[in-house]
Design a binder for this molecule. Sequence first.
Ligand code: SF4
Length: 475
Amino acid sequence: MYLRDEKLPFDGMHEECGVFGVYSPETRDIAHTVYYGLYALQHRGQESAGIAVSYANKIHYYKGMGLVPEVFANGRLQELPEGDIAIGHVRYSTTGASSLLNAQPIVFTGKCGKMALAHNGNLTNTKQLREELIADNAVFQTSIDSEVIALLINKYSDGDIVKGVLAACERIRGAYALVVMTADKLIAVRDPYGIRPLVLGKSLDDTVVASETCALDAVCASYVRDVKPGEVIVVDTQGERSYFMDTSDKRPASCIFEYVYFSRPDSIIDGLSVYAARKEAGRILARNNRIEADLVAGVPDSGLVAARGFSEESGIPFVEALAKNRYVGRTFIQPDQRMRENSVSVKMNALRANIEGKRVIIIDDSIVRGTTSRKIVKMLREGGAKEVHMMASSPVVKHPCHLGIDIETYSQLIGANKSVKEICEYIGADSLTYMSVEQLKESCARCAHGFCTGCFDGNYPYSLEDYQADKLKFE
Ligand code: SF4
């Protein structure tokens, strides 16, 4: 289910999930705080949403399919009790089918009593761990890797949840930003490479953790810091304390695609504004590529910031070339094949008055399958553009992502199967320009971390040996 309607439903890459958690020293209507936090993270997952509240040694929860306001309509939010700890989750599935059964938070009773867990990311050794747990008589109720984490925490906890979390983290590989809740603790965990974002905030005496700072802003919490790679933050009546995994042989490698596309432009990740990174990417594109054009435009919404940066650097006027229909939402999510062909036209339209007879540079954040770019180029030509020069504010996407994004095979990627010249011909543009990996890194140079650039250059932080071979074979 897709809210980010700038891409076709079957085009672009999609973030798997967003997580949110809050600890309050006082019992209050804490579910509303999570609700607004999840609302701000809706772009990270639109298939399902859930909130779990801890109160009086019980965990109350509600999960449903759909967008946050849909799931918690009809009094569902009000039915959740007051509490002092709560976590929430929005989901876009990559492992496990899109179904209510796989919605999160996962809630169960184990060695530490009631527990709930929400996960953003993707493990690379799920299969092996799942088989091991099943051999240990574990029973799985879902098909998602997050349940593997929950059962491992339970297995190793011996009544001490922190011990269980740290031991589980030694076994799991891949990307994970977790919020875990017991009857008396909120725990935030970021994997040893810091692949997915996770931030810590404060709102009066409340402690808040969220996938992005935009969710802190939404609940009037101030940003304190990013959770460090390999850090486990525990919040309870004794205050807040940190534990660390062994990261001595690992370098931070946060997902660079968070800056390109996934995160909201008003978020700050690992010290760098997503907006600033996108604008700098546009500037770098302009500095390195001289194209004679009358105007530069962005594909709404994801290409607009880079287009402004390009305009400022090049002096070529920024002009809106595409009008977006802001009312195309989930009702449009599963068109039939004939409608799919027309879906870009319903979602956006060329602004003929601005582009007729003009040489147009159009910037999109990335080109994944090429279907959207092809339709946009056609739309601009039909709108009267004399020339259409397509630019991507990222490098060629050549490799799948197995760390929490829904591109898992090479066959899905036009950049893995065609040269830039062939892609240009396929999309029908007069020219096609990508950034290099080094240029993209330069646009994010003010980030405090190193990066994962795996989908561009195959340089993943993890070796692929554990990953299910059938998902990565060249098709
Ligand atoms: S492979 Fe690409 S999308 Fe996946 S984590 Fe790395 S940079 Fe992000």
